[in-house]
Design a protein around this ligand. Structure first.
Ligand SMILES: [Zn+2]
Ligand SMILES: [Zn+2]
Length: 384
């Protein structure tokens, strides 16, 4: 029986509307075999890329080449000609689009790591349409495949095929037949029940050009007299192309560069640079181990987690609820068992601090130099 059709019994404390994971078909929701979410068998041998000859789609190659050239020109215009408001406008659109992808298509619709009321879903749907990364429905389908069949030929942007392929190459050639074949077995019924998602999907080629291209080009011209050239190349093409590449870096760079404190058997890694530009999506080793954690990292709101901050803010409005996160205990167990040993401390009081580490610490309680030596806490730093 295929893993995605495996019947899983929900734990006793789950509510019926917690939507059993078999409905989503996402591998790590349900197919775990140990208490800390790890797999008992070594799945490394499943990672593969057959030596098939790629069938290039020249229309896409030409279009993406043109978009990247236009974006480079847009980058030049930011410094040479564009009005300040246009650059700010591009940054705002970038942020909205990024939230629509990360907080919406990714954490809400792909992984169902929290639930959202309709005002938040509406905002995220609009934001997502601004980003133009395909409809939410298609994005989620590809992303669930990416998690379920990670690093195999059924993964749409299979990292085993190299950096370029996982970054943009997968959009420039025909899909591997495994992606199409296994994709048919993926359960997308939860998406089909969401009227906003289906409305966007049905009217995508009306809503998307309006949100991603037409309005971002027209508004700067109407509101602060920007030229057509700067509006088009900066607010629209530069912003869109930058956002695409930053999102793709999650599939390429964050599957290659960085530590693996939670699981060394997979390529996804912790990449701070990608996290900055994607509002917290670069902590990818954590995310592939615990895809249902709405924070996509352990770091919470401390750094580079703008997506999490946004969800928490919506939580205070009552729009986001049932936010799921992993217990520190489970994280600790898992990282000790399968991590690379680099599970870093975030600072004093981190759960991973050992009693020894707490003991051999100087705590400066007094201000004067003379008293400093006597002002240390009962714990002393000993290095001799
Ligand atoms: Zn990934
Ligand atoms: Zn994901």
């Amino acid at each position: 029986m295929a893993p995605y059709s495996r019947s899983i019994e929900a734990p006793d404390n789950w509510k019926s509307d917690d939507a059993p994971s078999e409905q989503t078909g996402v591998l790590f929701d349900c197919d775990v075999e140990t208490i800390d979410g790890g797999r008992l068998i070594d799945t490394c041998n499943l990672k593969r890329a057959d030596d098939r000859k790629l069938v290039w789609v020249w229309r896409n190659i030409i279009l993406f080449a043109m978009v990247h050239l236009a974006a480079l020109y847009g980058g030049y215009l930011i410094f040479a000609k564009a009005k300040f408001y246009t650059t700010i406008f591009a940054a705002v659109l970038y942020s909205c689009g990024m939230l629509g992808v990360t907080v919406g298509a990714h954490r809400l619709w792909s992984h169902r790591s929290y639930k959202a009321k309709w005002p938040m879903r509406l905002i995220l749907t609009i934001f997502n349409t601004i980003a133009f990364q395909d409809s939410i429905y298609h994005w989620v389908r590809d992303h669930r495949m990416h998690h379920k069949y990670s690093e195999t030929d059924a993964d749409p942007h299979n990292t085993s095929r190299g950096f370029f392929y996982s970054h943009i190459g997968w959009l420039l050639c025909k899909k591997h037949p495994e992606v199409t074949l296994k994709g048919k077995g993926l359960n997308m019924s939860d998406l089909r029940k969401d009227p906003l998602v289906m409305f966007q999907h049905k009217h995508y080629y009306t809503l998307m050009p309006l949100s991603c291209f037409i309005l971002p080009t027209v508004l700067p011209m109407l509101c602060w007299n920007e030229s057509l050239e700067c509006s088009l190349f900066v607010a629209t093409l530069f912003r869109w192309c930058l956002q695409l590449n930053m999102t793709w870096l999650v599939n390429s760079a964050a599957h290659k560069y960085g530590g693996r404190p939670y699981d060394t058997t997979m390529n996804p890694s912790q990449n701070a640079y990608v996290s900055v530009m994607t509002f917290g999506e670069g902590w990818h080793n954590f995310h592939h181990v615990f895809p249902w954690d709405y924070r996509t990292s352990e770091l919470g709101n401390f750094t580079m987690g703008l997506g999490t901050i946004f969800i928490d803010f919506c939580g205070t409005l009552g729009w986001a609820y049932d936010r799921k996160s992993v217990t520190p205990d489970m994280i600790q167990k898992r990282s000790k068992r399968t991590g690379d040993g680099s599970h870093a401390l975030w600072g004093w009081g981190d759960k991973d601090m050992t009693p020894e580490e707490r003991k051999y610490v100087i705590v400066h309680k007094r201000r004067t130099k003379r008293r400093l030596s006597t002002g240390v806490s009962a714990a002393h730093f000993v290095n001799n």
